[in-house]
Design a protein around this ligand. Sequence first.
Ligand code: MC0
Ligand code: CO
Length: 134
Amino acid sequence: MLGRVNHIAIAVPDLDVAEKSYGETLGAKLSPRQDLPEHGVTVVFVTLPNTKVELLYPLGAGSPIQSFLDKNPNGGMHHICYEVDDILVARDKLLAGGARILGDGAPKIGAHGKPVLFLHPKDFLGTLIELEQV
Ligand SMILES: C[C@@H](C(=O)O)C(=O)SCCNC(=O)CCNC(=O)[C@H](O)C(C)(C)COP(=O)(O)OP(=O)(O)OC[C@H]1O[C@@H](n2cnc3c(N)ncnc32)[C@H](O)[C@@H]1OP(=O)(O)O
Ligand SMILES: [Co+2]
């Protein structure tokens, strides 16, 4: 079912500090900031030769990453995004196996303009998984 790792996401309490850390200290290439109100986050992508790192900062009231940041005030690794060929086939197979799809179960359009879904971290070894159809 799973293809490549599309990105690894880090929730950050201060986007200026995070951009400086990756862009200057670590010398990586950064995308412009992107506000995604439908996801309640502002994102910056760090582009690497083999994958991406997504820096996540809360946007608006009720951001899905707010309680994670309350528990991890310095930030931390938030999710892994794996690519899938067909997100509805993947979703239905996972649901049939008893996994929980977060939200209303319908894919949303993610940061790359492609459909995404999230799987409950308690069903996958304590790791929040994002699936992205590529
Ligand atoms: C734009 C898009 C893209 O790339 O295209 C994105 O990535 S958007 C990225 C942002 N969007 C999302 O994350 C959407 C999916 N996420 C969600 O629906 C939520 O964040 C949940 C995963 C349901 C968690 O919600 P919330 O933190 O409010 O609930 P909660 O505090 O009751 O957490 C339930 C339990 O899960 C744990 N938990 C929460 N977030 C976690 C995480 N990221 N990794 C591992 N465990 C996590 C909590 O510690 C808690 O465990 P204990 O009970 O043991 O304490
Ligand atoms: Co993501």
